[in-house]
Ligand binder design. Structure first.
Ligand SMILES: [Zn+2]
Length: 305
């Protein structure tokens, strides 16, 4: 009975507060306590042209992949299109995935309240994964020396929009993402791949560069005209026990079709949730991308308003 009331309570809160629920609770019918972990996927504000960023569709896709991971789990995956007003939605969260333009809490209403709630979660060892532009902070978000809680939670960020301490670069170009030569679990089950995307480079890892508890996971030789090794994905093992991963791709929604990219992202979610990453990587099958209702699967010019 307790399990059932928990289930109903969670379902009610989620539906009420976030509008859309793509939850493993619904899709698989497990009792709440049968899950190995609870993952929140948060879609932040996004103003990019159709086929690029596609924060909400990307969040639906990630929620689907987590809930249907074939060789790990079961994992409870909740999609949030807004920050929950009821703090109980956050309880027992193993990891939070952010997708959107700029680190979403900086662009959401009640920023300070959200950051306080996040700080509490991170202090308790909750994981964090930011995808593409959600790794981004602008000059107005960071201290003069570049400090920001995200630097400590995730190990680095994409420094953009008037950051005086550091200037990262965003440019659409061909890139080959290569796993680093180390034995990090996130590197299991995928191999290097080439695509057209917008892999941010010269990302910011702190005044003294990458901290000892931060590991470069994925690199690319950028820019194509003057190639040098640039970290595109990284992981932190924090002192509070929590784990964070920053991945500065994908820009194009259609790139979610790339199995190796999805395995990299899914491994990151599972690792930050403190679950074991299978040796063959986390496997996720994907329906047609249109299923997730993006404005467009392929990139289109910005629509006139
Ligand atoms: Zn982009």
């Amino acid at each position: 009975m307790k399990t059932r009331s928990l289930y109903v309570g969670l379902l009610f809160c989620s539906t009420l507060l976030v509008g859309i629920l793509w939850s493993a609770l619904v899709q698989r019918g497990y009792a709440a306590d049968a899950f190995k972990a609870k993952v929140l996927v948060v879609a932040g504000p996004c103003q990019h042209p159709p086929g690029t960023h596609e924060a909400i569709a990307g969040a639906r896709l990630l929620t689907h992949c987590v809930a249907h991971a074939e060789n790990v789990g079961p994992i409870s995956a909740l999609l949030l299109e807004a920050w929950p007003k009821d703090g109980s939605v956050l309880e027992n969260t193993a990891t939070i995935v952010f997708i959107g333009d700029i680190f979403p809490p900086e662009r959401m209403d009640e920023r300070d309240k959200i950051m306080a709630q996040l700080t509490k979660l991170m202090d308790q060892g909750c994981g964090i994964v930011c995808i593409h532009y959600a790794t981004g902070l602008r000059g107005e978000h960071v201290a003069e020396d570049g400090d920001h809680p995200l630097l400590h939670w995730m190990g680095g960020y994409f420094a953009t929009g008037g950051c005086k301490h550091h200037r990262s670069v965003a440019r659409v170009c061909p890139a080959t993402l290569v796993p680093e030569d180390n034995d990090h679990p996130i590197l299991q089950g995928w191999k290097k791949f080439a695509f057209d995307d917008e892999p941010y480079w010269n990302n910011y890892f702190g005044k003294d560069g990458m901290a000892p508890n931060v590991t470069s996971l994925v690199y690319a030789m950028l820019p194509p005209t003057e190639p040098k090794k640039e970290t595109i994905g990284w992981a932190i093992q924090r002192e509070d026990g929590g784990r964070g991963v920053g991945l500065v791709v994908p820009h194009f929604f259609r790139n979610w079709r790339i199995d190796d990219l999805r395995t990299l992202v899914m491994n990151s979610i599972v690792w930050t949730a403190k679950l074991d990453v299978p040796a063959e990587g986390v496997k996720s099958s994907l329906p047609d991308l249109a299923t997730f209702k993006p404005d467009s699967v392929d990139p289109q010019p910005r629509r006139k308003r």
